[in-house]
Design a protein around this ligand. Structure first.
Ligand SMILES: Cc1cc2nc3c(=O)[nH]c(=O)nc-3n(C[C@H](O)[C@H](O)[C@H](O)COP(=O)(O)OP(=O)(O)OC[C@H]3O[C@@H](n4cnc5c(N)ncnc54)[C@H](O)[C@@H]3O)c2cc1C
Length: 309
């Protein structure tokens, strides 16, 4: 991992910075590159604009690691209300969320009940899939256990898997056997040695190996296989592999983040690939934003430019 990436990921976890940085005006305005606004209405408007380019969306309310279980109840209610708003606006929006936003650090069972209430409403009101984000490696095993449990009750739940983990292949095999809906990403957290591939090249290779497996299984089974990446080379390789397997453009699904490679996003959608853009909103954007900076440390120049403008 590069030094700049390590520093930015360290900063994402630093409590002094978590408290102070979001109060700095120039950082606040730089964040707009990655989110249309803090309010859910900003996201609804952005989703409506994407619709014109045949791009659908995924919403996530920023927030993680709550320290009081009652906060998780407010988060649950927020998502229940969001489902109504999506339905009223007749938008094709899916939801993705972090379990620690519902109280996963404090109680598995309470988190389960909260998630279940949301998944049930998603199923009945939107009729689509709700996604579980994957957080740092200390949560991987617990999150997979949670997913397997919720999957035994709901068929409309999908899980994110991170290709940088050495354990990703075993987890993928296990989850594919259960016909899981999977969104494959590279992975965004600062992880200890020995858990993740040390070189980025190896992460990319592993991503492609896992993607090939997902494609071949998705041909046989009716499961969602989603590739969450902006890596154009990888996307080309995946498209070529899909061609070889006879998987059509319309069956191939990519998810990307708001604010990254917009022109490329439009191009993919124009070619007929399914594309969803993940839109984040909310006030608790600091750790998430630092992870976005770490993915491309050159983004820091953009923040500094805002400081001087
Ligand atoms: C829909 C979606 C959901 C995600 N959910 C999770 C999750 O639950 N858990 C998790 O750990 N991670 C998640 N991620 C983040 C993911 O793990 C990667 O950190 C992120 O996608 C960058 O990796 P990449 O595949 O785009 O490849 P990279 O090799 O990092 O990037 C490829 C190219 O994309 C561009 N790019 C990538 N990131 C940025 C950026 N921040 N700013 C500007 N340009 C950029 C650059 O041009 C770069 O060269 C998610 C990503 C997506 C797209």
């Amino acid at each position: 991992m590069s030094l700049s990436r390590s520093i930015l990921l360290w900063a994402s976890e630093n409590s002094w910075m978590r408290y102070h940085v979001p109060r700095w005006g120039f950082v606040k305005s730089a964040v707009k590159k990655f989110m249309p606004g803090e309010r859910v209405e900003d996201s609804l408007r952005a989703a409506d604009k994407f619709r014109a380019s045949s791009i659908t969306t995924v919403f996530t309310r920023l927030g993680e690691n709550i320290t009081d279980l009652s906060e998780g109840l407010a988060v649950r209610d927020h998502y229940l209300d969001l489902i109504d708003k999506i339905s009223t606006n007749k938008l094709d929006v899916e939801i993705s969320l972090k379990l620690t936003q519902l109280g996963f650090d404090l109680s598995f069972d309470e988190t389960y009940e909260r998630f279940k209430t949301i998944a049930d409403k998603v199923k009945n009101k939107l009729g689509n899939v709700i996604w579980i984000d994957m957080e740092s490696s200390s949560y991987t095993g617990k999150t997979i256990e949670f997913y397997k449990k919720i999957k035994s009750e709901f068929d409309n739940v999908g899980l994110c898997l991170q290709a940088y983990l050495l354990s990703a292949e075993d987890d993928l095999n296990d989850l594919l056997r259960l016909n899981s809906h999977i969104r494959l990403v590279k992975g965004a957290y600062k992880e200890p040695h020995g858990i993740v591939f040390a070189e980025k090249k190896k992460v990319d290779q592993n991503y492609f190996e896992l993607a090939k497996k997902m494609l071949s299984v998705s041909k046989e089974k009716n499961i969602r296989t989603v590739f969450g990446t902006h890596d154009e080379k990888l996307i080309l390789q995946i498209r070529q592999e899909a061609d070889l397997l006879g998987i059509s453009n319309e069956q191939l699904e990519f998810h990307m983040l708001y604010g990254i490679k917009l022109e490329f996003q439009k191009e993919l959608a124009k070619r007929g690939n399914k594309l969803r853009v993940l839109i984040s909103y909310g006030e608790f954007w600091y750790p998430w934003y630092m992870r976005r900076l770490a993915e491309r440390p050159a983004n820091v120049w953009f923040v500094l430019k805002n400081m001087f403008s």
